[in-house]
Design a protein around this ligand. Structure first.
Ligand code: HEC
Ligand code: HEC
Ligand code: HEC
Ligand code: HEC
Length: 383
Protein backbone atom coordinates (compact mmCIF):
# COMPACT_ATOMS: atom_id res chain seq x y z
CA UNK A 1 0.00 0.00 0.00
CA UNK A 2 1.47 3.39 -0.88
CA UNK A 3 1.82 6.03 1.85
CA UNK A 4 -0.93 8.22 0.53
CA UNK A 5 -3.46 5.44 0.58
CA UNK A 6 -2.34 4.24 3.99
CA UNK A 7 -2.75 7.71 5.44
CA UNK A 8 -6.20 7.92 3.92
CA UNK A 9 -7.27 4.60 5.42
CA UNK A 10 -5.93 5.52 8.84
CA UNK A 11 -7.59 8.89 8.62
CA UNK A 12 -10.92 7.32 7.72
CA UNK A 13 -10.64 4.87 10.56
CA UNK A 14 -10.18 7.66 13.03
CA UNK A 15 -13.05 9.83 11.88
CA UNK A 16 -16.17 8.48 13.43
CA UNK A 17 -18.44 10.93 11.66
CA UNK A 18 -16.97 10.37 8.19
CA UNK A 19 -19.53 9.41 5.55
CA UNK A 20 -17.56 6.47 4.18
CA UNK A 21 -17.48 4.21 7.23
CA UNK A 22 -14.54 1.91 6.52
CA UNK A 23 -13.75 -0.97 8.84
CA UNK A 24 -10.63 -0.21 10.85
CA UNK A 25 -7.60 -1.86 9.26
CA UNK A 26 -5.81 -4.48 11.33
CA UNK A 27 -2.55 -2.54 11.31
CA UNK A 28 -4.14 0.41 13.05
CA UNK A 29 -5.21 -1.68 16.02
CA UNK A 30 -1.63 -2.62 16.92
CA UNK A 31 -0.58 1.01 17.47
CA UNK A 32 -2.28 3.35 19.95
CA UNK A 33 -4.34 5.87 17.99
CA UNK A 34 -2.86 9.37 18.01
CA UNK A 35 -4.94 12.20 19.51
CA UNK A 36 -5.52 13.66 16.08
CA UNK A 37 -4.59 12.04 12.82
CA UNK A 38 -1.88 14.01 11.05
CA UNK A 39 -2.90 15.51 7.73
CA UNK A 40 -1.28 14.42 4.50
CA UNK A 41 0.22 17.49 2.82
CA UNK A 42 0.47 15.76 -0.58
CA UNK A 43 -3.22 14.92 -0.64
CA UNK A 44 -3.82 18.44 0.64
CA UNK A 45 -1.87 19.95 -2.23
CA UNK A 46 -3.97 18.04 -4.75
CA UNK A 47 -7.16 19.42 -3.25
CA UNK A 48 -5.70 22.91 -2.94
CA UNK A 49 -4.59 22.95 -6.58
CA UNK A 50 -8.03 21.84 -7.68
CA UNK A 51 -10.23 23.98 -5.43
CA UNK A 52 -8.38 26.71 -3.59
CA UNK A 53 -5.62 27.95 -5.89
CA UNK A 54 -7.84 30.37 -7.83
CA UNK A 55 -8.17 32.53 -4.72
CA UNK A 56 -5.44 31.49 -2.30
CA UNK A 57 -2.69 31.22 -4.98
CA UNK A 58 -0.43 28.34 -5.99
CA UNK A 59 1.98 29.19 -3.16
CA UNK A 60 -0.69 29.96 -0.52
CA UNK A 61 -0.37 33.70 -1.18
CA UNK A 62 -3.73 35.35 -1.91
CA UNK A 63 -4.34 36.43 -5.51
CA UNK A 64 -6.20 39.64 -4.57
CA UNK A 65 -6.49 42.03 -1.62
CA UNK A 66 -9.10 40.98 0.93
CA UNK A 67 -8.31 37.27 0.65
CA UNK A 68 -6.17 35.81 3.44
CA UNK A 69 -2.77 34.26 2.78
CA UNK A 70 -2.75 30.69 4.02
CA UNK A 71 0.93 29.82 3.57
CA UNK A 72 2.70 29.13 6.89
CA UNK A 73 -0.50 29.79 8.86
CA UNK A 74 -0.80 27.68 12.02
CA UNK A 75 -2.24 24.25 11.34
CA UNK A 76 -4.46 24.29 14.45
CA UNK A 77 -5.95 27.59 13.33
CA UNK A 78 -6.57 26.44 9.73
CA UNK A 79 -8.36 23.36 11.05
CA UNK A 80 -10.49 25.46 13.37
CA UNK A 81 -11.29 28.00 10.65
CA UNK A 82 -12.41 25.39 8.10
CA UNK A 83 -14.54 23.66 10.75
CA UNK A 84 -16.09 26.98 11.67
CA UNK A 85 -17.11 27.57 8.03
CA UNK A 86 -18.39 24.00 7.70
CA UNK A 87 -20.53 24.29 10.81
CA UNK A 88 -21.79 27.72 9.81
CA UNK A 89 -20.19 29.39 12.85
CA UNK A 90 -18.22 31.65 10.59
CA UNK A 91 -20.34 33.27 7.90
CA UNK A 92 -19.01 33.39 4.37
CA UNK A 93 -21.20 32.09 1.54
CA UNK A 94 -18.46 30.69 -0.73
CA UNK A 95 -16.32 29.22 2.03
CA UNK A 96 -19.34 27.57 3.65
CA UNK A 97 -20.15 25.74 0.42
CA UNK A 98 -16.49 24.80 -0.12
CA UNK A 99 -16.03 23.57 3.45
CA UNK A 100 -19.31 21.64 3.47
CA UNK A 101 -18.00 19.54 0.58
CA UNK A 102 -14.78 18.71 2.41
CA UNK A 103 -14.46 15.59 4.54
CA UNK A 104 -12.68 15.75 7.89
CA UNK A 105 -9.68 14.16 6.19
CA UNK A 106 -9.71 16.77 3.40
CA UNK A 107 -9.65 19.49 6.04
CA UNK A 108 -6.71 17.91 7.84
CA UNK A 109 -4.79 17.37 4.62
CA UNK A 110 -5.25 20.83 3.20
CA UNK A 111 -4.44 22.40 6.60
CA UNK A 112 -1.23 20.39 6.83
CA UNK A 113 -0.34 21.41 3.28
CA UNK A 114 -0.80 25.18 3.77
CA UNK A 115 0.79 25.19 7.23
CA UNK A 116 3.90 23.57 5.73
CA UNK A 117 4.40 26.12 2.92
CA UNK A 118 6.99 28.88 3.33
CA UNK A 119 5.45 32.30 4.16
CA UNK A 120 4.75 34.70 1.30
CA UNK A 121 6.96 37.79 0.98
CA UNK A 122 5.79 41.17 2.25
CA UNK A 123 3.84 43.25 -0.23
CA UNK A 124 4.99 46.82 0.21
CA UNK A 125 2.43 49.34 1.35
CA UNK A 126 0.85 51.85 -1.02
CA UNK A 127 2.03 55.48 -1.03
CA UNK A 128 -0.73 57.07 1.02
CA UNK A 129 -0.45 54.50 3.78
CA UNK A 130 0.68 56.15 7.00
CA UNK A 131 2.41 54.14 9.63
CA UNK A 132 0.09 55.35 12.40
CA UNK A 133 -3.17 57.31 12.65
CA UNK A 134 -1.08 59.96 14.39
CA UNK A 135 1.05 60.46 11.27
CA UNK A 136 -2.03 60.42 9.09
CA UNK A 137 -3.71 63.04 11.27
CA UNK A 138 -0.63 65.23 11.22
CA UNK A 139 -0.66 65.16 7.42
CA UNK A 140 -4.28 66.39 7.25
CA UNK A 141 -4.20 69.54 9.41
CA UNK A 142 -2.57 72.07 7.07
CA UNK A 143 -5.85 74.04 6.80
CA UNK A 144 -6.33 74.15 10.57
CA UNK A 145 -2.99 75.25 12.02
CA UNK A 146 -3.26 78.99 11.38
CA UNK A 147 -6.13 79.15 13.89
CA UNK A 148 -5.79 76.08 16.11
CA UNK A 149 -1.98 75.88 16.13
CA UNK A 150 0.37 73.15 14.87
CA UNK A 151 0.17 71.47 18.29
CA UNK A 152 -3.52 72.28 18.82
CA UNK A 153 -2.85 75.18 21.18
CA UNK A 154 -4.83 78.09 19.75
CA UNK A 155 -3.26 81.52 20.20
CA UNK A 156 -6.09 83.99 19.57
CA UNK A 157 -8.92 84.74 21.99
CA UNK A 158 -12.17 83.02 21.08
CA UNK A 159 -10.58 80.14 19.23
CA UNK A 160 -10.73 76.81 21.08
CA UNK A 161 -7.62 74.78 21.75
CA UNK A 162 -7.86 71.26 20.43
CA UNK A 163 -4.72 70.03 22.23
CA UNK A 164 -5.54 67.28 24.70
CA UNK A 165 -9.25 67.45 23.91
CA UNK A 166 -11.19 64.17 24.11
CA UNK A 167 -10.90 62.28 20.82
CA UNK A 168 -14.49 61.16 20.50
CA UNK A 169 -15.77 64.63 21.30
CA UNK A 170 -13.57 66.03 18.51
CA UNK A 171 -14.90 63.43 16.06
CA UNK A 172 -18.48 64.31 16.97
CA UNK A 173 -17.73 68.03 16.54
CA UNK A 174 -16.11 67.48 13.11
CA UNK A 175 -19.05 65.39 11.93
CA UNK A 176 -21.51 68.02 13.13
CA UNK A 177 -19.68 70.74 11.21
CA UNK A 178 -19.56 68.65 8.03
CA UNK A 179 -23.25 67.76 8.27
CA UNK A 180 -24.13 71.39 9.00
CA UNK A 181 -25.58 70.47 12.41
CA UNK A 182 -23.24 72.77 14.28
CA UNK A 183 -23.17 76.36 13.17
CA UNK A 184 -19.88 77.66 11.90
CA UNK A 185 -18.56 80.19 9.43
CA UNK A 186 -16.75 79.32 6.20
CA UNK A 187 -13.71 78.59 8.41
CA UNK A 188 -14.47 74.91 8.55
CA UNK A 189 -15.24 74.27 4.89
CA UNK A 190 -11.90 72.44 4.45
CA UNK A 191 -13.25 69.70 6.71
CA UNK A 192 -15.51 68.48 3.94
CA UNK A 193 -12.45 67.01 2.26
CA UNK A 194 -11.75 64.77 5.24
CA UNK A 195 -12.86 61.14 5.00
CA UNK A 196 -14.26 59.51 8.16
CA UNK A 197 -10.89 57.80 8.68
CA UNK A 198 -9.12 61.17 8.31
CA UNK A 199 -11.46 62.69 10.91
CA UNK A 200 -10.56 60.01 13.42
CA UNK A 201 -6.88 60.51 12.68
CA UNK A 202 -7.07 64.31 13.03
CA UNK A 203 -8.95 63.89 16.31
CA UNK A 204 -6.37 61.44 17.61
CA UNK A 205 -3.53 63.75 16.58
CA UNK A 206 -4.94 66.76 18.45
CA UNK A 207 -6.06 64.68 21.43
CA UNK A 208 -2.46 63.50 21.82
CA UNK A 209 -0.96 67.00 22.01
CA UNK A 210 0.04 68.60 25.30
CA UNK A 211 -2.17 71.57 26.28
CA UNK A 212 -0.38 74.71 27.49
CA UNK A 213 -1.08 76.51 30.76
CA UNK A 214 -3.30 79.63 30.54
CA UNK A 215 -2.82 82.96 32.29
CA UNK A 216 -5.67 83.89 34.68
CA UNK A 217 -8.36 85.99 32.95
CA UNK A 218 -9.11 89.52 34.19
CA UNK A 219 -12.11 90.46 36.35
CA UNK A 220 -13.33 87.01 37.23
CA UNK A 221 -13.76 85.22 40.54
CA UNK A 222 -12.46 81.67 40.05
CA UNK A 223 -13.44 80.81 43.64
CA UNK A 224 -17.09 81.51 42.86
CA UNK A 225 -16.57 79.63 39.57
CA UNK A 226 -15.27 76.59 41.47
CA UNK A 227 -18.50 76.48 43.50
CA UNK A 228 -20.66 76.78 40.39
CA UNK A 229 -18.64 74.01 38.72
CA UNK A 230 -19.91 71.45 41.25
CA UNK A 231 -22.92 70.65 39.08
CA UNK A 232 -20.73 70.41 35.97
CA UNK A 233 -18.16 68.05 37.48
CA UNK A 234 -20.34 64.95 37.17
CA UNK A 235 -19.81 65.09 33.41
CA UNK A 236 -16.79 67.34 32.85
CA UNK A 237 -14.70 66.02 35.77
CA UNK A 238 -13.80 67.82 39.01
CA UNK A 239 -10.87 69.61 37.39
CA UNK A 240 -12.42 69.90 33.94
CA UNK A 241 -11.03 66.64 32.57
CA UNK A 242 -13.91 64.40 31.54
CA UNK A 243 -13.87 60.68 32.23
CA UNK A 244 -15.92 59.97 29.12
CA UNK A 245 -14.20 60.51 25.78
CA UNK A 246 -17.37 61.94 24.16
CA UNK A 247 -17.65 64.74 26.76
CA UNK A 248 -15.31 67.69 26.21
CA UNK A 249 -12.53 68.63 28.62
CA UNK A 250 -12.90 72.22 29.78
CA UNK A 251 -9.57 72.47 31.65
CA UNK A 252 -7.10 74.89 30.08
CA UNK A 253 -9.56 75.93 27.37
CA UNK A 254 -9.52 79.50 26.02
CA UNK A 255 -11.55 81.79 28.33
CA UNK A 256 -13.44 83.70 25.62
CA UNK A 257 -14.28 80.49 23.82
CA UNK A 258 -15.72 78.95 27.00
CA UNK A 259 -17.89 82.01 27.63
CA UNK A 260 -19.14 81.98 24.01
CA UNK A 261 -19.72 78.22 24.03
CA UNK A 262 -21.74 78.27 27.26
CA UNK A 263 -23.87 81.11 25.92
CA UNK A 264 -24.29 79.29 22.61
CA UNK A 265 -26.22 76.55 24.42
CA UNK A 266 -28.88 79.16 25.17
CA UNK A 267 -29.29 79.78 21.44
CA UNK A 268 -27.62 77.91 18.58
CA UNK A 269 -25.98 74.83 20.11
CA UNK A 270 -28.48 72.07 20.55
CA UNK A 271 -27.90 69.76 23.50
CA UNK A 272 -30.75 69.49 25.96
CA UNK A 273 -28.55 68.31 28.84
CA UNK A 274 -26.21 71.28 28.57
CA UNK A 275 -29.04 73.75 28.16
CA UNK A 276 -30.58 72.45 31.39
CA UNK A 277 -27.44 73.16 33.41
CA UNK A 278 -26.64 76.61 32.10
CA UNK A 279 -30.10 78.24 32.02
CA UNK A 280 -29.78 79.36 35.67
CA UNK A 281 -26.37 81.00 35.17
CA UNK A 282 -26.06 84.80 34.96
CA UNK A 283 -23.47 86.37 32.65
CA UNK A 284 -21.23 86.93 35.69
CA UNK A 285 -21.63 83.27 36.72
CA UNK A 286 -20.63 82.20 33.22
CA UNK A 287 -17.47 84.32 33.37
CA UNK A 288 -16.58 82.91 36.79
CA UNK A 289 -17.11 79.29 35.89
CA UNK A 290 -15.25 79.79 32.60
CA UNK A 291 -12.41 81.46 34.53
CA UNK A 292 -12.20 78.52 36.91
CA UNK A 293 -11.91 76.00 34.06
CA UNK A 294 -9.43 78.08 32.04
CA UNK A 295 -6.97 77.97 34.92
CA UNK A 296 -7.13 74.19 35.48
CA UNK A 297 -4.19 72.18 34.21
CA UNK A 298 -5.00 69.88 31.30
CA UNK A 299 -3.13 66.95 29.77
CA UNK A 300 -3.13 64.85 26.60
CA UNK A 301 -6.13 62.52 26.50
CA UNK A 302 -4.61 60.06 24.01
CA UNK A 303 -1.16 58.70 23.28
CA UNK A 304 -1.34 58.64 19.50
CA UNK A 305 2.37 58.51 18.85
CA UNK A 306 2.87 55.29 20.74
CA UNK A 307 -0.67 53.94 20.54
CA UNK A 308 -0.22 51.43 17.73
CA UNK A 309 2.95 49.99 19.26
CA UNK A 310 1.31 49.76 22.70
CA UNK A 311 -1.64 48.02 21.11
CA UNK A 312 0.30 45.51 19.07
CA UNK A 313 2.26 44.62 22.20
CA UNK A 314 -1.10 43.68 23.71
CA UNK A 315 -2.13 41.71 20.62
CA UNK A 316 1.17 39.85 20.67
CA UNK A 317 0.36 38.35 24.04
CA UNK A 318 -1.74 35.94 21.98
CA UNK A 319 -0.61 36.53 18.39
CA UNK A 320 3.13 36.84 19.04
CA UNK A 321 5.71 34.50 17.55
CA UNK A 322 6.01 31.30 19.49
CA UNK A 323 3.00 31.95 21.73
CA UNK A 324 0.94 28.79 22.12
CA UNK A 325 -2.34 28.93 24.02
CA UNK A 326 -3.66 25.46 24.84
CA UNK A 327 -7.15 24.94 23.46
CA UNK A 328 -7.21 28.32 21.72
CA UNK A 329 -6.11 28.25 18.07
CA UNK A 330 -4.70 31.71 17.41
CA UNK A 331 -3.85 32.77 13.84
CA UNK A 332 -0.54 34.34 12.84
CA UNK A 333 -1.00 37.96 11.74
CA UNK A 334 2.49 38.95 10.55
CA UNK A 335 2.72 39.13 6.77
CA UNK A 336 -1.05 38.62 6.38
CA UNK A 337 -2.90 40.55 3.66
CA UNK A 338 -3.61 44.11 4.80
CA UNK A 339 -7.17 44.43 3.52
CA UNK A 340 -8.07 41.04 4.92
CA UNK A 341 -6.78 42.04 8.37
CA UNK A 342 -8.84 45.24 8.33
CA UNK A 343 -11.96 43.34 7.29
CA UNK A 344 -11.41 40.68 9.93
CA UNK A 345 -10.89 43.11 12.82
CA UNK A 346 -13.90 45.21 11.81
CA UNK A 347 -16.00 42.06 11.53
CA UNK A 348 -15.12 41.12 15.12
CA UNK A 349 -15.77 44.65 16.34
CA UNK A 350 -19.14 44.93 14.60
CA UNK A 351 -20.16 41.42 15.71
CA UNK A 352 -20.22 39.96 12.22
CA UNK A 353 -17.62 37.36 13.12
CA UNK A 354 -17.97 35.38 16.28
CA UNK A 355 -15.22 35.43 18.89
CA UNK A 356 -15.84 36.81 22.34
CA UNK A 357 -12.12 37.38 22.88
CA UNK A 358 -11.59 39.30 19.67
CA UNK A 359 -14.86 41.24 20.01
CA UNK A 360 -13.67 42.59 23.35
CA UNK A 361 -10.22 43.32 21.96
CA UNK A 362 -11.46 45.27 18.95
CA UNK A 363 -14.46 47.09 20.42
CA UNK A 364 -12.69 50.33 21.39
CA UNK A 365 -11.01 50.91 18.03
CA UNK A 366 -12.03 53.18 15.21
CA UNK A 367 -11.27 52.45 11.57
CA UNK A 368 -8.12 54.60 11.47
CA UNK A 369 -6.54 52.63 14.29
CA UNK A 370 -7.63 49.34 12.76
CA UNK A 371 -6.07 50.44 9.47
CA UNK A 372 -2.79 51.20 11.23
CA UNK A 373 -2.75 47.87 13.04
CA UNK A 374 -3.32 46.17 9.68
CA UNK A 375 -0.50 48.24 8.13
CA UNK A 376 1.78 47.20 10.93
CA UNK A 377 1.11 43.47 10.83
CA UNK A 378 0.96 43.18 7.03
CA UNK A 379 4.33 44.94 6.84
CA UNK A 380 6.08 42.55 9.25
CA UNK A 381 7.88 39.46 7.97
CA UNK A 382 5.81 36.35 8.70
CA UNK A 383 6.96 34.33 11.69
C1 HEC B 1 -13.62 32.19 -4.38
C2 HEC B 1 -12.39 32.40 -3.69
C3 HEC B 1 -11.96 31.37 -2.65
C4 HEC B 1 -11.79 30.02 -2.84
C5 HEC B 1 -12.00 29.20 -4.12
C6 HEC B 1 -11.34 29.51 -1.58
N1 HEC B 1 -11.24 30.52 -0.65
FE1 HEC B 1 -10.66 30.34 1.29
N2 HEC B 1 -11.10 32.29 1.60
C7 HEC B 1 -11.53 33.19 0.65
C8 HEC B 1 -11.92 34.42 1.30
C9 HEC B 1 -12.43 35.67 0.62
C10 HEC B 1 -11.70 34.23 2.68
C11 HEC B 1 -12.02 35.21 3.82
C12 HEC B 1 -13.45 34.93 4.21
C13 HEC B 1 -13.88 35.57 5.51
O1 HEC B 1 -13.83 36.79 5.62
O2 HEC B 1 -14.25 34.81 6.43
C14 HEC B 1 -11.18 32.89 2.82
C15 HEC B 1 -10.82 32.32 4.05
C16 HEC B 1 -10.27 31.07 4.20
C17 HEC B 1 -9.75 30.55 5.44
C18 HEC B 1 -9.68 31.30 6.76
C19 HEC B 1 -8.32 31.98 6.85
C20 HEC B 1 -8.15 32.89 8.04
O3 HEC B 1 -7.06 33.50 8.15
O4 HEC B 1 -9.06 33.01 8.85
C21 HEC B 1 -9.30 29.29 5.19
C22 HEC B 1 -8.64 28.36 6.18
C23 HEC B 1 -9.57 29.02 3.79
N3 HEC B 1 -10.15 30.13 3.21
C24 HEC B 1 -9.27 27.85 3.16
C25 HEC B 1 -9.65 27.54 1.87
C26 HEC B 1 -9.48 26.25 1.27
C27 HEC B 1 -8.85 25.06 1.94
C28 HEC B 1 -10.01 26.33 0.00
C29 HEC B 1 -10.12 25.24 -1.04
C30 HEC B 1 -10.68 23.99 -0.59
C31 HEC B 1 -10.47 27.69 -0.17
N4 HEC B 1 -10.26 28.39 0.98
C32 HEC B 1 -11.05 28.17 -1.34
C33 HEC B 1 -11.64 32.92 -0.71
C34 HEC B 1 -11.61 31.67 -1.26
C1 HEC C 1 -10.16 80.72 10.56
C2 HEC C 1 -9.89 80.02 11.81
C3 HEC C 1 -10.16 78.53 11.87
C4 HEC C 1 -9.72 77.54 11.03
C5 HEC C 1 -8.87 77.68 9.76
C6 HEC C 1 -10.19 76.29 11.58
N1 HEC C 1 -10.91 76.53 12.73
FE1 HEC C 1 -11.76 75.14 13.93
N2 HEC C 1 -12.61 76.58 15.05
C7 HEC C 1 -12.43 77.93 14.87
C8 HEC C 1 -13.32 78.65 15.77
C9 HEC C 1 -13.43 80.15 15.87
C10 HEC C 1 -14.04 77.66 16.49
C11 HEC C 1 -15.14 77.88 17.54
C12 HEC C 1 -16.40 78.42 16.92
C13 HEC C 1 -17.10 77.48 16.02
O1 HEC C 1 -17.67 76.48 16.51
O2 HEC C 1 -17.09 77.69 14.80
C14 HEC C 1 -13.56 76.38 16.02
C15 HEC C 1 -14.00 75.14 16.51
C16 HEC C 1 -13.46 73.94 16.15
C17 HEC C 1 -13.78 72.67 16.78
C18 HEC C 1 -14.72 72.47 17.95
C19 HEC C 1 -13.94 72.60 19.22
C20 HEC C 1 -14.76 72.44 20.46
O3 HEC C 1 -14.17 72.49 21.55
O4 HEC C 1 -15.98 72.25 20.37
C21 HEC C 1 -13.07 71.72 16.13
C22 HEC C 1 -13.06 70.23 16.44
C23 HEC C 1 -12.31 72.37 15.09
N3 HEC C 1 -12.57 73.71 15.13
C24 HEC C 1 -11.47 71.72 14.21
C25 HEC C 1 -10.87 72.33 13.12
C26 HEC C 1 -10.15 71.62 12.10
C27 HEC C 1 -9.92 70.10 12.08
C28 HEC C 1 -9.73 72.54 11.19
C29 HEC C 1 -8.97 72.27 9.90
C30 HEC C 1 -9.63 71.44 8.93
C31 HEC C 1 -10.18 73.84 11.66
N4 HEC C 1 -10.88 73.67 12.83
C32 HEC C 1 -9.93 75.04 11.04
C33 HEC C 1 -11.56 78.51 13.98
C34 HEC C 1 -10.93 77.87 12.93
C1 HEC D 1 -25.05 65.75 32.01
C2 HEC D 1 -23.67 66.01 31.65
C3 HEC D 1 -23.20 67.45 31.59
C4 HEC D 1 -23.28 68.41 32.58
C5 HEC D 1 -23.85 68.25 33.99
C6 HEC D 1 -22.66 69.60 32.03
N1 HEC D 1 -22.22 69.34 30.76
FE1 HEC D 1 -21.24 70.67 29.58
N2 HEC D 1 -21.26 69.30 28.06
C7 HEC D 1 -21.72 68.03 28.14
C8 HEC D 1 -21.62 67.40 26.84
C9 HEC D 1 -22.01 65.97 26.48
C10 HEC D 1 -21.08 68.38 25.97
C11 HEC D 1 -20.81 68.27 24.48
C12 HEC D 1 -22.10 68.73 23.80
C13 HEC D 1 -21.94 69.09 22.39
O1 HEC D 1 -21.45 68.29 21.62
O2 HEC D 1 -22.34 70.22 22.04
C14 HEC D 1 -20.86 69.56 26.78
C15 HEC D 1 -20.32 70.76 26.29
C16 HEC D 1 -19.94 71.82 27.07
C17 HEC D 1 -19.20 72.96 26.61
C18 HEC D 1 -18.65 73.17 25.20
C19 HEC D 1 -17.22 72.71 25.16
C20 HEC D 1 -16.56 72.90 23.83
O3 HEC D 1 -15.37 72.53 23.73
O4 HEC D 1 -17.19 73.36 22.88
C21 HEC D 1 -19.02 73.80 27.66
C22 HEC D 1 -18.28 75.09 27.67
C23 HEC D 1 -19.69 73.17 28.80
N3 HEC D 1 -20.22 71.97 28.40
C24 HEC D 1 -19.77 73.73 30.06
C25 HEC D 1 -20.52 73.19 31.10
C26 HEC D 1 -20.71 73.86 32.37
C27 HEC D 1 -20.12 75.18 32.74
C28 HEC D 1 -21.51 73.03 33.11
C29 HEC D 1 -22.03 73.27 34.51
C30 HEC D 1 -22.70 74.51 34.74
C31 HEC D 1 -21.78 71.85 32.31
N4 HEC D 1 -21.17 71.99 31.11
C32 HEC D 1 -22.53 70.78 32.72
C33 HEC D 1 -22.24 67.40 29.27
C34 HEC D 1 -22.52 68.06 30.45
C1 HEC E 1 -6.46 36.74 24.45
C2 HEC E 1 -5.87 36.39 23.18
C3 HEC E 1 -5.96 37.37 22.03
C4 HEC E 1 -5.56 38.71 22.02
C5 HEC E 1 -4.98 39.52 23.16
C6 HEC E 1 -5.80 39.17 20.66
N1 HEC E 1 -6.31 38.15 19.90
FE1 HEC E 1 -6.74 38.27 17.91
N2 HEC E 1 -7.41 36.35 17.93
C7 HEC E 1 -7.43 35.53 19.03
C8 HEC E 1 -8.10 34.28 18.69
C9 HEC E 1 -8.35 33.11 19.62
C10 HEC E 1 -8.47 34.38 17.31
C11 HEC E 1 -9.23 33.37 16.47
C12 HEC E 1 -10.71 33.68 16.61
C13 HEC E 1 -11.55 33.01 15.57
O1 HEC E 1 -11.53 31.80 15.52
O2 HEC E 1 -12.20 33.74 14.79
C14 HEC E 1 -7.99 35.70 16.87
C15 HEC E 1 -8.15 36.16 15.59
C16 HEC E 1 -7.68 37.37 15.12
C17 HEC E 1 -7.72 37.81 13.74
C18 HEC E 1 -8.25 37.03 12.55
C19 HEC E 1 -7.10 36.57 11.69
C20 HEC E 1 -7.51 35.69 10.55
O3 HEC E 1 -6.61 35.10 9.94
O4 HEC E 1 -8.71 35.57 10.27
C21 HEC E 1 -7.20 39.07 13.70
C22 HEC E 1 -7.02 39.94 12.48
C23 HEC E 1 -6.81 39.41 15.06
N3 HEC E 1 -7.11 38.36 15.89
C24 HEC E 1 -6.22 40.61 15.43
C25 HEC E 1 -5.91 40.95 16.74
C26 HEC E 1 -5.44 42.26 17.13
C27 HEC E 1 -5.19 43.41 16.18
C28 HEC E 1 -5.28 42.23 18.48
C29 HEC E 1 -4.82 43.38 19.39
C30 HEC E 1 -5.62 44.59 19.33
C31 HEC E 1 -5.63 40.89 18.93
N4 HEC E 1 -6.03 40.16 17.85
C32 HEC E 1 -5.55 40.46 20.24
C33 HEC E 1 -6.90 35.81 20.28
C34 HEC E 1 -6.43 37.05 20.69
Amino acid sequence: MNRLLLALVVALALTACSKEEAPPPKAAASKPAPERAPGDPKAGQKLADAQCKTCHGADGGAVAPGIPHLAAQRETYLLAALKAYKEGKRAHAALKVIAEHMSEADIRNVSAYYAGLPPVGIVHAAKDVHATPYERGKSRIAACVKCHGEDGNAGAAGIPSLAGQQANYLIIALQEYVRGERKSGPTHSAMRELTPVDMEAVALYFASQTPGQRTPPQNVDPGAGAQLSAVCSGCHGVQGIAADSATPNLAGQDFNYLVDAIKAYRTTRKREKMRLYITGLSDADIRNVAGFYTMQKSRPSERGQTMVRDLTDKCDRCHGAGVELPGMPVPKLRGQDRDYLMMAIRAYRDDRRESTTMHKMSLPYGDSIIESIANYYSGQPAN
